[in-house]
Design a protein around this ligand. Structure first.
Ligand SMILES: [Zn+2]
Ligand SMILES: [Zn+2]
Length: 274
């Protein structure tokens, strides 16, 4: 099975026995057809266009119309005295223990049916999902910026994978999201700004304290960034696919702040309900 830039179900590539002009033309034709022809929406099966993973209706439905989320960590805030949905107060956790990042945006809760999109991206290698989610996140960022809830962002960077996991998967889904988001916002992408010092075991079954210990000191500025391109004074938009406890993103944001970043805003496709 191969990665595809279209929203079409991933299909097996034909065996490639030669690299001659015929094969090259066939591949080129396949890319053109993949982007030009309609394909199936991954959520409802209706037709989507332009290689998008979702149809127009599912794309619009994925972006919460009036998110009641903490502006700092994007946690869902159930009730608030504020009548203005655009001015949701900080959640209790951010009030008592403010995180290193300054703001966070997300599309929706990490729950059905959107968890299937992340699975399709990470394990089905459907890279069109990253384009769709990146473009949707850009809408959310633009909305926050237009409502003066987000100061101008200087660059976009992804939470890195460790080399072993990157090799096994062949791509970093957060980097793919960052690429799409940066393109949609016309912002520079800082590839390889952060480096992962060690692989961390999956965090799913750990408590918050264990997660925090698990990721302690796991990120550093990459060697290149340390030597030539520190993010001093910059507002960095840090991208990840899913935010659960926030421990990983906190560790990454702390590293950026220690390296001199002026501000860090998280852009995560989905966030688990706490
Ligand atoms: Zn659909
Ligand atoms: Zn919060």
């Amino acid at each position: 099975m191969g990665a595809t830039a279209s929203g079409r179900a991933v299909r097996a590539s034909p065996p490639q026995t030669d690299g001659g002009p015929c094969t090259t033309w066939r591949r080129a034709l396949s890319i053109v057809l993949d982007t030009a022809l309609p394909s199936d929406c991954l959520l409802c099966g209706r037709m989507s266009h332009g290689g998008a993973a979702l149809c127009v209706r599912c794309h619009a439905g994925m972006i919460e119309p009036a998110p009641r989320r903490c502006p700092r960590c994007a946690a869902f805030v159930a009730s608030s005295s504020s009548a203005d949905a655009r001015r949701v107060p900080l959640c209790g956790r951010c009030q008592t223990a403010p995180p290193s990042y300054d703001a966070a945006v997300t599309l929706a809760d990490y729950a059905s049916p959107y968890d299937a999109l992340i699975l399709a991206l990470k394990f089905g290698r459907q890279l069109a999902v990253a384009n769709t989610l990146g473009a949707a996140l850009a809408e959310r960022v633009a909305e926050a910026r237009d409502a003066a809830r987000l100061p101008p962002v200087d660059c976009v960077a992804a939470v890195p994978l460790g080399p072993r996991r990157l090799f096994a998967r062949g791509f970093n889904q957060s980097e793919e999201l960052a690429r799409a988001l940066a393109r949609a916002l016309s912002l520079p992408r800082r590839r390889g700004l952060l480096a992962r010092q060690r692989e961390t075991p999956p965090q799913a079954r750990l408590t918050l304290a264990e997660r925090q210990r698990n990721v302690q000191g796991v990120f550093t500025l990459s060697r290149h960034a340390r030597a030539h391109d520190r993010p001093a004074g910059l507002h960095v938009m840090l991208v990840d696919d899913v935010m659960t406890s926030g421990a990983t993103l906190e560790a990454a944001a702390r590293t950026l702040k220690r390296a001199g970043a002026r501000a860090v805003t998280l852009a995560v496709a989905f966030r688990t309900r706490q």
